[in-house]
Design a protein around this ligand. Sequence first.
Ligand code: BGC
Length: 341
Amino acid sequence: MQPGRARSARVDDLDEPDGGDLLVQTLDIGICGTDLEIVSGRYGWAPPGGERLVLGHESLGRVLDAPAGSDIQAGDLVVGIVRRPDPVPCPNCAVGEWDMCRNGRYTEHGIKELDGFARERYRIDPAFAVRVDASLEHFGVLLEPTSVVAKAWEQVERIGARAHWEPQRVLVTGAGPIGLLAALLAVQRGLETHVVDLATTGPKPDAVGALGAMYHTGSVADACAGADVVIECTGVGQLVFDVMASVAPGGVVCLTGVSSGGRTLSVDAGALNREMVLENEVVVGSVNANRRHYEAAAECLRRADAGWLERLITRRARLERFADALERRPDDIKTVIEFPK
Ligand code: BGC
């Protein structure tokens, strides 16, 4: 795919991979909103000196070859970590917190200046591969999006711990993969969980119901006014302001949606400021994940009901039909590209 050039994605022959000590065979690649942005030419950067970027940042692979004495062995299932520390490195990247990179010079497989995992085989440094339990099988492809929400929840809880913290109610905006996984982690924490989305039919309401959470299609205020935690997963400007206005005193709003700009809203900034100050509210942005979050996410997926996870993967396309996977259909939650096994 040529970043910046819409619909330039194609299957191509590449050289045998070089690089890290682990040789991995790709099994599945998950497609998310970021991939669709890249495919439409609005996001993504090729590796320096080239024009082409291999797609794929949500992956599941099987190790074909591993160095002797490594924790990871041939046959293990692994997921590649998306982000790499910046070359300086900034103080955060220097301590493995590349998800909090301070200078923006991080790189990301399949997104920013590093080829992705949508290759039959790739090589990776074991420090950037996460082993997943064999019992997770093909659900391992959900590890990367789950790592993103594991980080979001960690941020919320760290902020909550600034004072007495006993959250009861959670609102998740958006019932796509990130929203549903954020709701899974809320339910796993024993919290009363509400999810609001536009869809009135299709698999989303059922997926939320099967989790034991409540599904809403109305306004944020109707869905759950006064939530202690809001995980905003749409990036829709109006919703961002709606949840800021509706969160409970002392509550935390975590923004995870990467919006495209260009829409102007009119907001009573003074009233919003007054409420946030007088009620000690916090709005925090959260992106990406470091190794700690991948490991937490692996544990959340291991504890989740396999039947429920299966509901999230609504469409699978074989590699030769990759173009089908790169278009969004109304009832899609997560689409996966299957590689030849
Ligand atoms: C990926 C993150 C990445 C972000 C911004 C998301 O889709 O899941 O790993 O940091 O896009 O590029």
